[in-house]
Design a protein around this ligand. Structure first.
Ligand code: ZN
Length: 325
């Protein structure tokens, strides 16, 4: 673990907004067992991030070995195909993918479903990079995709330039997403486009403690902070969809840095601050509405008040739970 400052504005001033005592990835490391993961919000610009955050070595170990230990199953693949088709249709709505012979690179391509669909629907060359050994092998051997094992680096598919680069649920896991995006930008054609899928805290889904707020999500985005991240790395957003639960998706065009300077420097804003606080606070209340907690409460009430009074209280509690949801 290492302490860090705000990736977007550089400020070291922050406030704790969420503590997670059940971080599933902390359980996988001896030295982190029993510790809380801590989400903070930048006091200057409102960006939310984990501090301290997992070190480069810890994250690499997670993605190479721990994250995807088994080959993908049939049900996983079916769900994945539906989701990926929707993302590809979003890209098609913004970019003309009909010319043949262009290239797409999917960074963190997982088992390759997205690239496989891209290959079916276009006449493009498709390439991928994937750190997970099991999923990377599946993409190469089962789907016959050219997928490099490991993380994106300058020498991956050396000599090739890409017309589109995609990063689906990847940037929030990277130690320094701006550095990686700038390196990706160097490998894109002049008029290249980037597609990103990022967790959107303003549209939370499920029990955040186990999804959005685990320690592998080093950064938590909103539409505004996603735009700022992309502008800092040299991309201008030309289309964004933040209406769906859990993730926002955006298409950005490679852009000269001087055109983006004003946007990248607009980091004194706190537009999302209140909304993010409100969502996380509400989530902490919701935690007490989970089935596990409710069962504990009901058992205690029955033990304290006996069957008939206890049942009446449990009935009342159930109505309260239903009203709070
Ligand atoms: Zn900041």
């Amino acid at each position: 673990m290492e302490s860090t400052s705000c990736l977007l504005c550089g400020s070291a001033e922050s406030n704790v907004i969420f503590r997670n005592s059940r971080d599933k990835y902390f359980q996988k490391f001896e030295h982190l067992k029993g510790k809380d993961s801590v989400l903070v919000m930048c006091a200057r610009c409102g960006f939310a991030y984990h501090n301290p955050k997992l070190s480069q070595e810890e994250t690499e170990r997670i993605y190479k070995v721990l994250y995807r230990p088994e080959v993908p199953g049939a049900r996983f693949l079916e769900e994945k195909r539906k989701a990926m088709l929707s993302h590809l249709q979003f890209i098609e709505a913004h970019l003309d993918l009909s010319p043949a012979g262009k290239r797409v690179l999917d960074v963190g391509c997982s088992e390759g479903t997205f690239l496989s669909l891209f290959r079916e629907r276009t006449r493009w060359e498709v390439y991928g990079v994937e750190p997970s050994e099991t999923f990377g092998r599946y993409a190469r051997e089962t789907l016959k995709l050219p997928v490099a094992q490991g993380f994106f680096s300058d020498d991956v598919f050396q000599g090739l330039k890409f017309d589109v680069v995609t990063c689906l649920a990847v940037l929030e896991h990277l130690h320094d997403p701006i550095e990686v995006l700038m390196a990706i930008r160097e490998r894109m054609t002049e008029d290249g486009h980037l597609f990103v899928l990022l967790p959107n805290v303003l549209k939370p889904r499920g029990n955040l403690r186990f999804t959005l707020l685990d320690s592998t999500h080093l950064f938590i985005f909103t539409p505004d902070t996603a735009r700022r991240l992309l502008a800092k790395a040299g991309f201008r957003v030309i289309g964004m969809d933040a209406s769906r639960p859990a993730h926002l998706r955006a298409i950005a065009r490679r852009c000269p840095f001087d055109e983006l300077r004003a946007e990248a420097e607009a980091d004194g804003r706190m537009d999302d601050y209140r909304e993010v606080r409100r969502i996380l606070r509400r989530h902490q209340i919701r935690w007490y509405l989970t089935a596990e907690w409710k069962e504990q409460v009901q058992r205690t009430v029955l033990a304290m008040f006996g069957d008939s009074t206890g049942e009446r209280i449990v009935g009342l509690l159930k109505r309260c739970y239903a009203a709070l949801r």
